[in-house]
Design a protein around this ligand. Structure first.
Ligand SMILES: Nc1ncnc2c1ncn2[C@@H]1O[C@H](COP(=O)(O)OP(=O)(O)O)[C@@H](O)[C@H]1O
Ligand SMILES: [Mg+2]
Length: 295
């Protein structure tokens, strides 16, 4: 079943993000829990496209679940993904929720995106080219596009409600969170990236960079949102990796290539994708899942 939007009355929808719908479970007596539903929406160039990518929500939800379990040395928000163990009040929604939802601990999200980069790509590459730095930290000269960094770098950014997230320096991050909290989220982010990217590499996927979110629950900081999916990360197929260019993205390359060659001006609304682009993209999401989870 394909899902673009969803309402689950009487649950209150707290937020509709680019991909996920977030429901509060207070009305069914679980005021400390949320229900996250991953839709099949896809975004590119900061616009949500009108098409669904069939199966995408399920892949994202199950990949995050996989990582939350594998990387549980850092506490995370996962409570339940098995719908047969969901509260009875959600029973009538089983068909929608099956495979694409999780019940999580409700937290107070920290106001930043904890980006970790193991390779020089995207906005990191752009900053390096113009200033020789990454998040304001100097890097060695002569690095090439897509080159592996000597160590993973923590390059946090703001969490913009609309449009682009802005990079912040380590000093700005410390001002925002306080020194101790900033160091804590940096340490956790790098540890998660190191463990996850090592595992992915064994399955032929380079996770060039990724973004984590953390939330506060009581006096603990826990990992929330999604974890190392193709949506929150740059996945590159290892067998096509080369420096000095922009390696093809594992998942959204067909979509981006198509949109780049269409006459769309990158302002909303985005155009409808052709059926073959949708099918190829769905297949890539599935392949990422198969390689990481089913090996
Ligand atoms: N455990 C949690 N507690 C509170 N908020 C959460 C939790 N997990 C995820 N969220 C929030 O839910 C939203 C998920 O929707 P998503 O589609 O990923 O949004 P976005 O467009 O901001 O990426 C995000 O705003 C995220 O911060
Ligand atoms: Mg998100």
């Amino acid at each position: 079943m394909e899902l673009l939007n969803c309402e689950l009355p009487p649950l209150q929808k707290l937020r509709s993000g680019k991909v996920r719908e977030v429901f509060d479970l207070s009305v069914i007596g679980l005021s400390d829990q949320l229900l996250l539903v991953a839709t099949d929406r896809i975004s590119a160039f900061d616009s949500i496209l009108p098409n669904a990518i069939p199966g995408k929500g399920t892949v994202l939800n199950q990949l995050s679940t996989f990582w939350f379990k594998k990387l549980s040395f850092i506490p995370n928000h996962l409570i339940e993904t098995d719908i047969t163990k969901y509260p009875a009040a959600l029973m009538s929604y089983h068909e929608i929720l099956q495979g694409r939802s999780m019940i999580v601990k409700k937290t107070e999200p920290l106001p930043l995106e904890c980006v970790v980069r193991g390779y020089l790509a995207g906005s990191g590459w752009q900053e390096y080219q113009s200033q020789g730095t990454l998040s304001g930290m100097p890097l060695p000269e002569g690095l090439q596009q897509a080159e592996r960094l000597d160590t993973p770098y923590f390059t946090p950014s703001t969490k913009a409600e609309e449009g682009h997230d802005e990079p912040m320096t380590w000093e700005e991050c410390q001002q925002l969170l306080g020194k101790e909290m900033a160091e804590h989220v940096r340490t956790m982010s790098i540890a998660l990236y190191k463990a996850g990217s090592r595992l992915a590499l064994e399955q032929g996927i380079i996770i060039a960079d990724t973004k984590f979110e953390f939330g506060i629950l009581d006096d603990q900081v826990i990992l929330i949102d999604e974890c190392m999916t193709p949506d929150s990360s740059r996945f590159w197929p290892k067998d096509q990796y080369a420096i000095g260019g922009n390696p093809p993205s594992f998942d959204k390359q067909f979509v981006r290539d198509y949109l780049e060659t269409s006459d769309w001006n990158k302002l909303p609304p985005a155009p409808v994708l052709p059926a073959d682009i949708i099918a190829k993209t769905a297949q890539k999401y599935q392949e990422a899942f198969d390689r990481l989870v089913l090996y």
